[in-house]
Design a protein around this ligand. Sequence first.
Ligand code: PXL
Length: 273
Amino acid sequence: MAYKRLLTIQDISCVGQCSMTVALPILSACGHETCILPTALLSTHTGGFGKPAAAHFDNVLTDMWHHWQQNGITFDAVLVGYLGSAAAVQTAMEIMEALLAPGGICIVDPAMADHGRLYSGFDESYVFRMRELCRRADVILPNMTEAAMLSGLSYRDNLDENYVNDLADALNHRCVVLTGVGYEVEQTGVLLREEGRQRYYSHRRIGRSYHGTGDIFAACFTGALMQGKALFESVKIAADFTQRCIENTQRNPAHWYGIKFETALPELIRMLQ
Ligand code: PXL
């Protein structure tokens, strides 16, 4: 198994099974040294608990990575997730520029929107900055809403292949992993567009949509890719793992706020062997 040093930059939502509390265990289970840069501390995610208590770390982010730089610390991959402020987007951009090891890659999940709407607290200027960040990434992982916002096309929830192709074209990025691409009620999928070549992984859509699935997918995709799996193989592993996590959470209304991803970690480790 490869052992890479990764950095993930995202918030810590203390309760809610998303962002850092999901990425760190998944990347560790994938066998990688995982360093973290938390951009903010929130009591919960912003998806259903009301307004969280929050502290943003904008003032210390630059000192943090400068300290790493003084120590000659670099990363084989940087995974960027939910950031939460314009300053944190700027920091992520600077880190991607300054701290990548030779041959290292930057993966950006532009976590800012879903179901046709921005997450609370974000506005057009955040989308603009995220567009800049995505331009600098090697791989971007938008859902359909984020892809529409990044590309400037209007959002649609009933998809057809023409619209999805137009969206992938309009993103105009060398490597896009588009999630939530479903054409039927009980089906969804992931579209990989890489240097003009396109592949689609279709899988069963289970139940309603769950909070944090994008974060699970992004961490698993990154962990698999850094284990030397090919891009499309990493897409499949991440989609299968996410689906298994959802299966393990279904039929449990008390668990409306997140995904029981921990229950599927042993399976992920097997998938990577
Ligand atoms: O899952 C993405 C995410 C991460 N962090 C916070 C969020 C969300 C989505 O709503 O609110 C704080």
